[in-house]
Structure formats: C-alpha cells, structure tokens
Design a protein around this ligand. Structure first.
Ligand SMILES: NC(=O)c1ccc[n+]([C@@H]2O[C@H](COP(=O)([O-])OP(=O)(O)OC[C@H]3O[C@@H](n4cnc5c(N)ncnc54)[C@H](O)[C@@H]3O)[C@@H](O)[C@H]2O)c1
Length: 374
C-alpha cells in the first residue's frame, strides 16, 4: 500500500468494529478507530494483537505481518482525530438515534468528499442519511461475523447515494480482500432476507411433525454443510427469532416472514442451541437421511428460490450477486438461482403450488411465486 492509501475510520470497537479495523489494517490502510467506552479503546490494540497471535500460532500469519497490521492502527480518544479519514465505518449500537447523531457529529469534522458507511443489519440506510448535510455520501457496508474470516460485504446505497462514493467504497473494500456485492436498501439486504425460508420452511416441516434430524439430514444430503435447525442452534434461537421478527415487522407481516411458534417455543424454553447446551438438535447431530430427503430439500430450496426472485424483482441487485452472497454469507453449496437451474422451473413451481394448496388461508401467500419466477 502506498503512502497515499485512503485512511479508514472505525467507530465502535466491539465484535464487529474491531474485526473490521483489522481487515483494513491488515491490507495496509491506515486505520483510526475509537469507541465511546474507554475500556473498549484501552483494550482494542491488545485484543487485535491476541487475534493476530492466534493466527501466528495456527501457522497462518508471520510475526512481521502482525506487527505491520498493528502499526497501521491508531486508537483515537476523540472524533476530532478522524479529520484525515476518507471512509468512516460505524459499528456502534444498533439504534437509529445513535447512528444519526454520530454521523451528524462526523459531518462537522470530515471533508465533504469522505464517505460515511454504516454496518447496520436492520436500520434503513436512507433513515440514517436523512437530515444530514451530505446524505449522498452515506451507504451501508455490511460485514459478516467474524469480519476477518467472512469474505462477503454487502454494499447498500440508498436512493441518492452518489455513484462515485459507491465506487470508492467498493474499491477500497475489495482491496482489503473482500467480495463486495451491491444490494438495495431493503430489509435484511440480501443474506439476512433470502435466508429466512431456509429456517422458516424447516420450522414449517417441524410443526407438521417431521423430526429435526430428518429435516437437517435431508439438507446435508443435498450438499449443505449444516441443516437449518443445526444452523439455528449455532446462531442461537434467540438471535434467529429477533432477526425473523425484525424482517416480519419490516415486511408488513407478510407470511413469507412468518414467525413459527416452534421457534418462539424454543426461546421460551431456553433451548437456544450451543450457547445454552440444548437446541433443536444440539448436542446431537442429524441421523441418516430419510427416504423423502430429496422432496424435503426441494421444498426448502423452492422457497429460497422464490424469496430470491422477490428480492430480484425489487431491483438493485443481480441473480449472480444474490447467488454469490448466499454462498459466501451462509456457506451454501449453491445460490438460489443455481438451485433453480438444478431443479428446473417446473419442479419449483409445482412444489410452490402444492405448498400453497395445502397451506391454511392466512399462509397461502407465503408460496405465491415471484414475478420473475412464475
Ligand atoms: N454482531 C454481529 O453479528 C453483527 C453482524 C453484522 C452487523 N452488525 C451490526 O454492527 C453494529 C455493531 O454490532 P456489534 O455486534 O459489534 O456490537 P457490540 O456491542 O459488540 O459493539 C458496539 C460497540 O460500539 C460502542 N458504542 C456504542 N455507542 C457508541 C457511540 N455512540 N460512539 C462510539 N462507540 C459506541 C460500544 O461501546 C461497543 O464497544 C450494529 O449496528 C450491528 O447491528 C452486527
């Protein structure tokens, strides 16, 4: 990286911010970072060093590379020190008022050419940008956890984000080794939205009396590294429930984002998955695939394919972008459009139509085919 490398600002040094700071620092960008909480600032360098040392122990990093990464990190005490930043990424608390107020303060400090990025998972980017002097420089750079390991970054501009800012944010983040997929400023961006049916249809099958083992074994047989219920066990049923409820509210309670009582019951019972010691399957793993494994997998993939088409129909992304995002964000063996090519449109539409016929009235619209699919 040359001396003219853009300077990156990171605000919030929690789970996401520290990892995002490491991503850019490791790529040679000067990084200025801070946190409102003094202990988070004071421990940030040591926490990053620990993360880098773990990679040295694993034989994946040299001591020289660790030292170079740490040399690019400056911990700031005040926002005034962010003046040189070309791109500032906030990873603070998930609250609209906090993010707006931070960006308002930054506007008085930064040059108008610098970009303000949010790592929000659920707040509309346009709402964060609204009322700023330069809303055209606001966009989302949505990293996945842990940012150092996950290749994917969703880049979500809002309606008036300037193309030059989109391009610069993309170039810088690609230089930092990430695959950047552009997507619209829609709830859940690509991955958190298009993943809903993976969990939801598994929970529907569960409520119809299928065992968690059969459902997950069917998806393993179809090439998935983890079944949907084991994935909920890994993420935490409480986190998954909050994400589903968030999407349901943001999408006007559409039945495609139905919150299944089976998930609520897991949380109420405290069976959160790995973190509580008991989940849908955890501590066990799926048994042998059932005889109808292929139908189970087709049902889940048909709903994934449909959701991806609904998102595509709303504009701002591409089929290839959605496929890449789902593979990188969730370790899926294929994206929904690749799954469509595998099964063929007739099989997918027949599956959706049978599900719609069998669904109770309030749930029928869950299976209505998207415009580009029907
Ligand atoms: N955790 C995830 O898996 C994940 C994934 C993608 C996106 N996100 C998003 O990233 C953001 C951060 O999430 P996290 O999990 O890292 O949270 P976290 O609680 O681990 O860290 C947030 C940090 O921000 C600091 N902070 C809070 N308000 C601040 C302010 N006004 N100014 C400066 N610092 C402030 C806190 O002290 C804390 O250290 C959220 O918007 C979240 O939705 C989280």
């Amino acid at each position: 990286m040359t001396a003219a490398a853009p300077t990156i600002g990171i605000i919030g040094l929690g789970t996401m911010g520290l990892g995002i700071a490491q991503v850019y620092a490791a790529a040679g960008f000067p990084v200025i970072a801070t946190d409102a909480h003094a202990p988070a600032r004071e421990t940030a360098r040591a926490r990053m060093a620990d993360a880098l040392n773990a990679r040295i122990t694993a034989g994946k990093l040299s001591e020289a590379a660790r030292d170079a990464t740490l040399s690019h990190l400056t911990i700031a005490e005040t926002l005034a020190e962010f003046t040189p930043c070309d791109l500032v990424i906030e990873a603070i608390v998930e609250r609209l008022d906090a993010k707006k107020s931070l960006f308002r303060s930054l506007e008085t400090i930064l040059s108008p050419a610098s970009i303000l990025a949010t790592n929000t998972s659920s707040i509309p980017v346009r709402e964060i940008a609204a009322g700023l002097a330069h809303p055209d420089r606001v966009l989302a750079l949505h990293f996945f956890n842990p940012p150092t390991a996950m290749k994917l970054v969703e880049l979500a501009p809002h309606a008036t984000t300037a193309t030059k800012h989109i391009n610069i944010a993309r170039q810088i983040t690609e230089k930092a080794g990430k695959t950047v997929i552009e997507c619209p400023d829609r709830p859940g961006f690509i991955v958190n939205r298009c993943a809903r049916p993976f969990y939801g249809e598994a929970l529907a099958l569960l409520s119809e009396g299928r065992s968690a083992s059969d459902i997950d074994a069917a998806m393993l047989a179809a090439g998935y590294r983890l079944g949907p219920l084991s994935l909920i066990d890994l993420i935490g049923a409480d986190i998954n429930l909050a994400a589903t409820r968030g999407l349901q509210a943001a999408m006007a309670n559409h039945p495609r984002y139905h919150v299944f009582p089976a998930l609520e019951a897991q949380v109420a019972a405290g069976h959160l998955g790995r973190k509580s010691g008991q989940g849908f399957l955890h501590p066990t793993t799926p048994g042998p695939a059932p005889a109808d494994a292929a139908q189970i997998a087709l049902r889940i993939e048909a709903t994934l394919i449909n959701e991806a088409h609904w998102l595509l129909s709303e504009g701002g992304t591409t089929a290839a972008g959605i496929d890449t995002a789902m593979k990188l964000g969730l370790n899926f063996p294929r994206g929904p459009f690749e799954a469509l090519a595998l099964h063929g449109r007739p099989a997918v539409l027949t599956t959706l139509s049978a599900l719609q016929a069998a669904a109770p009235q309030a749930m029928k619209d869950r299976y209505t085919p998207a415009p580009g699919l029907a």
